[in-house]
Design a binder for this molecule. Sequence first.
Ligand code: SF4
Length: 447
Amino acid sequence: MAKVTGIDIYKLLPKTNCGDCNFPTCMAFAMQVAAKKAALDQCPHVSAEAQSALGDAQAPPMLTVTIGAGEHELAVGGETVLFRHEEKFHHPTGVAIRISAGADDAEIDARLDAIAKLHFTRVGEEIGVNLVAIDGEGVDAARFGSVVEKVHGKTDLPLILLSADAGNLEAALNGAAASHPLIGPATDANWEAIAEIAGEKKLPILVRADSLEKLGELAEGLKGKGIENLVLQPDAEDLIGTLTQLTLLRRLSLEKVFRPLGYPTLAVAAGSSSEADSVAAGAAVCRYAGIVITDETDPERILPILTVRQNVYTDPTVPNAIEAKLYEIGSPGPDAPVILTTNFALTYFTVAGEVENSKVSAYITVVDTEGLGVLNAYADDKFTAESVVKTVQAQGAMDKVNHNKLIIPGLVAVLRMEIQEESGWEVIVGPEDAAGIPTFLRTEWSA
Ligand code: SF4
């Protein structure tokens, strides 16, 4: 389908510039609709003829697909831009851990226990794995069904049921259909049978093919049967091939608005060494995968994948800031150090983490720099001697201790004298890098 331009949309609007859509003019609104940043129904005056003439133009270029039910339900896809800085990415990649139904029960239990522990706190945010993929290859319907039932009973995470055998999938769904799993893969050989099972229960389908042409063909076939909740898996031979196809898929769906490929994607990062799989999963996150499946359960292999995801999916339009206030680390007493930093979340949590590592209880007094780090805030006049003194006084840090020493970040050592003169406190220059805080507190700090 040819891309609908802002001018095409403008021609069908009332052209009264009434502003009821919260845009100043019909043209401005049309441009935002064309860019998928506004929906046509935000104009209350748009005619039914225009609605129908624009048809798919108002539909998002990539469908959002929901997997699972309840608290842990996961939405993937629904993206609107190729690059995060153009707007933001909406739905972080779902990280799935694969369990083989052919493994013995003790191994499956051990993997489920390990999966339950794959949750971390990073930069003040809870992050963790999102799905469990149960691979039914090489087992019969009875075994696949019993493993799915067992996993479903032991985890709240959404499920992906993997089997090319539609009969096995149907058996497995007996105990788990209400959990709204993603099922598949639908391929050239089985897509009609899988469509029948998924259609009845309105389940999302994983579609797998070794070319984008075939993926589009299968997606169109499934759509023709009334099934639109699809996740596409390009079946490439190696990591380079997978990343290339994921990138092409994203470009075709968002830049060309090519509807047959306008769905979230899935990549499997498994089968190599533990390190290589972890790297492959991180690369797939960076290259737009909606879901990544891995066999890894070691925290040290999963945390880097989740960290990449957290970095890629942070909203660049919202300052990553924490509340500017006085924080206590440990149980600080009157001799505790008072450490100054900014309210950029990454800076604060890095400093707080290193203070915890030092085992020295401390106060951290946080200046509101509108989410900027130390040097950026200093360069932008948001971290000045005046703002520092006002903040520390307002937060009452010095009232809690029996000394008058303030530790400032080494990166703004230039502010030391100014803060000292303005406040009368003894200003100590701390390390430039937060990694130096434990040594500094243990060896150089004394009240
Ligand atoms: S509400 Fe409709 S008619 Fe009014 S300015 Fe917006 S697009 Fe134009």
